[in-house]
Design a binder for this molecule. Structure first.
Ligand code: ATP
Ligand code: MG
Length: 405
């Protein structure tokens, strides 16, 4: 029996809806796939009638193809991946390829064949293909039941110009839009559970993310920085993170703690973080900031305090988790693969110099008055000099190499 080339078809939903932007979205998704699959056994990637076709190398093993597919389903813009084989528009080959595709699935109870013919120049119509391929599979898999409604496997046969694609496996992707179609954002990234999820949500809407992390160094250990680096490596696999800026923030916090009323400290730390993030946004051309805040979750996340921190910057502050429950965020962190990392203990700057009773309903005039005593401009200038840069591989941004710490 001949052995056919392995392929997968990448489906996208939302991109299809974007009217005249569609070619740009599709091209972006193809480029992102090419970049992120560089180390995989892929022969080529191209657009075909509303889908993207990935042809695997002739010698790619089943396991290697499955590993590549697992990566593909995590890439923003990918709604579904259907996997199988390509063969000629010749019914014997289609039968054989269908049997191979079905054998790949492993144990299953029932199946049906669903054929589609994009070009009526093929001599058999879809009903005839269903019948012929179905009969062949019944011979090859005598224990399997044919079932039209909710079969355990749907064997899809697509006949297009010049080739047939036969697929029996299908996996849902993360959906959303390809990274790079929605501009750039600076994401405040702690090593906690929430902010990696918030970053990921914006990445899935097509944004290129620049993380910024405020470390407690030198007043605390650098543990949170290692955790943020691990988190960035998880995000890097999806192509959404270009860079993480690390700010040694401990000394500034110490000074704030000495200079402002204890109950306003947390708001002051956060206003300074936002200002630094806004300055970084200016450098990289980002048009918004992102945080992992969720309404009412902790003292600094009341509406009054959100107003008091927003007041420090003029860029929009996006809070994709504002209406999410912690349990939902935890589940999303587990699916993303950052939960285990975020669950490790680390002193970041949040736990440093914390007052006993932080203000939960900050009054803007009091905040501004207290802040007026701080040498903000010179602090921000020195923070921008001390800031450390870690680059990650991103298909949209070509970073110039910097020292990886
Ligand atoms: P997370 O789980 O994301 O740390 P949290 O529930 O601990 O959030 P806070 O500590 O109030 O909540 O932080 C709220 C948001 O502020 C975070 O989601 C993050 O976006 C930002 N943030 C907090 N601490 C830091 C930090 N050390 N570096 C960068 N951003 C931070
Ligand atoms: Mg935190």
């Amino acid at each position: 029996m001949a052995s056919y080339q392995r392929i997968c078809l990448v489906h996208y939903h939302e991109i299809g809806l974007k009217g005249h932007n569609r070619p740009a979205f599709e091209t972006r998704l193809v480029r992102n796939l090419e970049f992120l699959l560089k180390a995989q056994p892929v022969q080529d990637i191209k657009r075909i009638s509303g889908r993207i076709l990935i042809r695997f190398s002739e010698d790619a093993s089943y396991e290697a193809v499955c590993a590549a597919e697992a990566l593909i389903t995590r890439i923003p813009g990918v709604a579904r991946v259907s996997s199988g084989y390509v063969c000629e528009r010749e019914i014997d080959q289609m039968n054989e390829a269908a049997a191979q595709a079905l054998a790949d699935v492993g144990a299953f109870e029932s199946f049906k064949v669903a054929a589609r013919r994009n070009h009526t120049d093929f001599e058999l119509d879809s009903m005839e293909i269903n019948r012929i391929v179905g009969a062949h599979l019944c011979e090859q898999f005598p224990d399997a039941k044919v079932q039209m409604k909710n079969p355990s496997v749907e064997v899809r046969v697509e006949v297009i110009q010049g080739a047939s694609y036969i697929m029996a496996r299908s996996t849902r992707g993360v959906g959303g839009l390809p990274v790079g179609v929605s501009g750039r954002l600076v994401c405040l990234l702690s090593s906690g559970i929430d902010s990696p999820v918030a970053t990921w949500k914006m990445a899935r809407r097509g944004a290129v993310c620049y993380g910024i992390h405020f470390s407690g160094r030198p007043a605390a250990a650098a543990t949170s920085e290692y955790l943020v680096d691990d988190i960035a490596h998880v995000l890097e696999k999806t192509g959404c993170i270009a860079r993480v800026y690390v700010v040694p923030f401990g000394e500034y916090q110490r000074q704030i703690a000495a200079l402002v009323p204890a109950d306003l400290r947390v708001i002051m730390y956060r206003r300074l973080m936002f200002r630094v993030a806004e300055a970084v946004a200016g450098q990289v051309g980002a048009r918004g900031l992102v945080t992992g805040e969720s309404l009412g979750q902790v003292a600094s996340q009341t509406l009054d305090n959100i107003v008091a921190t927003n007041d420090a910057v003029s860029l929009p502050v996006l809070r994709p988790l504002i209406g999410s429950d912690k349990q939902d965020i935890i589940e999303e962190a587990q699916a993303l693969g950052t939960f285990e990392i975020s669950s490790q203990d680390a002193t970041d700057c949040c736990t440093l110099f914390m007052p006993r009773n932080p203000e939960t309903h900050a009054k803007l005039d009091k905040v501004r008055e207290a802040e007026a005593l701080l040498p903000l401009d010179s602090w921000i200038a020195s923070i921008l000099e001390e800031i450390e840069v870690h680059d990650y591989a991103c298909p949209v941004v070509k970073n110039t190499p910097t020292d990886q710490v």
